[in-house]
Ligand binder design. Structure first.
Ligand code: ATP
Length: 557
């Protein structure tokens, strides 16, 4: 899995993280007792609660109190409403959205980053937007376009590491350049052109594989072209004919676009406003890999934010910045999180901006993998659905247009522009676990999860030091008090078994931020020991102060 080249700080072990996730009941292989099924993962008790906490945090901060109550461009209030739309839609939805046509071309899939390249557009794609190729070419002689191996080697060991971590030249520069030198020396009168050069630089073991074509994004050798249907198909009704064919949705966003008119007509939302939708999506990924990162069934949390075209760029910037702040607020702050703005030539023709929130997963390190995409989609989707359905989807904005003699407005009809922050909850859970995973051999619990209290599945644990002298009773009472107060946010654990060190270690691995121990002194002075997961430090506090302490840390009084 993690066979990336050396990194600034060496990546955490994915094997250790996966073992912890299994051991503590975060993530299991789906259908494990039958040997599993490629691309599908289940969440165990802690994982299910953690994912719910992430979904709830998204829902609270994107729908209930969008953007934490921040004012939008021009001081406007940010308003959002939810919908919950079906996994199976009328197949015409996917015709209009382009998923049906777009996903049937012969595609080449990158085994490194999962990127797809249309087989017939490979060189065009490379020339137009391969960042690494562009960066490498800058080292070429300006007039002749010639290269020298010294420069290539220097690039491979510097810029190349970030730009193309999976390129043969970066992973194994010496072997790759030897093969290239053999070719040049063998035919000195026919120097390789750029395409041949790219193939050489993308090939690690030429004798075994022949020349390969590297991924425009990460440099890994692309797979063979295959006609590719990304959407899962099934039938609705008893006859299994083409007329009854339906598809499992590959994204939640389209459900919002096709209900845009209903929401606008039946609620009091006013432009600008957002519609949030969360739920399962399905993609028949050619090579599901990297644990839950690229699965065939996954959950998305998408907001489609509609606004007047004249304000769309500002709203795009607003959401892009908020989404980055949001991921930071729940525990991803630091150098492993970046916001990558797409270059102009990477954008779809209708987009005036796209950014990805990317996380440096252990298996992408030193590169990054997408956690969420924030796209300015213009009026593309509504226009497509308007054309295909023949239903007018324009919004009648009564607060725009010229001022009339009676002081009112003439109104303006327009197709709103849409800004789409599209997050993946499974990648979110995985990033949060990877970031939280901490190894410290000096501790009794050498592996622990520093999960943010808002996301942690277990919020607090209560331990009687011993099973006698009234300690279990006091512990049970405190547990009930905490449970009654915080059950909406997550579990409160009561654990009476094993020695106290082992109990702390168990909670550390589960990412539980606070443990409270009832001991002999509790019976005398009504105080307990609070142990902090991250520092291992302990402090005494009054029994009656525990609920307040936990409430404050969870941001819930
Ligand atoms: P990628 O390029 O990695 O395939 P994408 O750009 O196709 O992702 P989007 O269509 O923008 O992804 O979907 C929004 C989000 O849904 C992604 O940022 C990601 O978090 C999540 N997602 C997409 N595909 C998968 C998948 N196969 N497994 C898990 N999560 C996914």
């Amino acid at each position: 899995m993690s066979d990336a080249p050396s990194t600034p700080s060496s990546p955490k072990s994915m094997d250790a993280i996966m073992a912890l996730c299994k051991r503590r009941g975060f993530i299991y292989q789906a259908s494990e007792i039958y040997g599993g099924i490629n691309g599908f993962w289940d969440y165990g008790p802690l994982g299910a609660q953690m994912k719910k906490n992430l979904r709830d945090a998204w829902w609270q901060d994107m729908v209930m109190r969008p953007a934490w109550g921040r004012a939008g461009p021009g001081g406007q209030r940010v308003r959002c409403v939810p919908v919950e739309t079906c996994i199976i839609q009328n197949p015409k939805v996917w015709e209009a959205s382009g998923h049906l046509a777009g996903f049937a071309d012969p595609m080449r899939k990158c085994p490194g980053c999962g990127h797809f390249v249309r087989a017939d557009q490979y060189w065009e794609t490379m020339a137009q937007w391969s960042e690494w190729l562009n960066s490498m070419i800058q080292g070429f002689e300006t007039h002749t376009g010639k290269f020298d191996t010294e420069t290539l080697l220097r690039w491979a060991k510097t810029k190349g590491k970030r730009a193309a971590p999976n390129l043969a030249l970066v992973r194994n520069p010496e072997a790759t350049l030897v093969a290239l030198a053999t070719r040049i020396n063998g035919q000195p009168n026919v120097p390789p052109d750029l395409q041949e050069l790219v193939r050489y630089l993308g090939t690690e073991q030429i004798a075994q594989t022949g020349l390969q074509e590297p991924c425009p994004r990460c440099g890994a050798p692309l797979g063979q072209p295959a006609p590719f249907k990304l959407m899962f198909e099934t039938w609705s009704g008893i006859t299994q004919s083409d007329d009854n064919k339906v598809y499992l949705r590959p994204e939640t966003a389209q459900g919002v676009f096709v209900q845009f008119k209903n929401v606008a007509d039946t609620t009091r939302v006013k432009m600008p406003f957002g519609i949030g939708n969360t739920g399962k999506s399905f993609r028949n990924e050619v090579t599901p890999r990297n644990y839950t990162y690229r699965s065939r069934e996954f959950e998305q949390a998408e907001l489609e934010f509609f606004c007047h075209p004249s304000e769309s760029v500002e709203w795009y910037q607003f959401w892009r910045d908020f989404r980055m702040d949001w991921w930071k607020s729940i525990g991803l702050a630091g150098e492993n999180l970046i916001l990558r703005e797409h270059a102009k030539d990477e954008l779809s023709h209708y987009s005036q901006g796209t950014s990805d929130v990317e996380y440096r997963f252990p298996f992408t390190s030193p590169g990054f993998g997408e956690l969420e995409g924030i796209a300015h989609r213009g009026d593309y989707d509504l226009k497509q659905h308007q054309e295909h359905s023949k239903v007018k989807l324009e919004y009648n904005d009564t607060e725009r247009g010229e001022v009339l003699p009676n002081g009112g407005r003439r109104g303006e009809r327009y197709l709103p522009h849409c800004i789409e922050p599209a997050a993946g909850l499974d990648r979110g859970v995985l990033a949060l676990i990877c970031e939280a995973y901490t190894k410290d051999d000096t501790r009794a619990s050498p592996e622990f999860l520093k999960l943010h209290p808002r996301i942690a599945p277990i919020k607090a644990a209560v331990f009687p030091l011993m099973g006698k002298d009234g300690m279990p009773e006091v512990a049970e009472k405190l547990h009930t008090e905490l449970n009654d107060k915080f059950w909406r946010l997550g579990a409160i654990e009561l654990d009476e078994k094993q020695n106290i060190g082992k109990r702390y270690a168990r909670m550390d691995e589960a990412g539980c931020p606070f443990c409270f121990t009832i001991d002999q002194d509790t019976l005398k002075d009504q105080t307990v020991t609070m142990r902090d997961r991250d520092t291992g430090g302990q402090q005494r506090m009054g029994l009656d102060k525990v609920a307040g302490f936990v409430g404050e840390r969870l941001g819930s009084g």
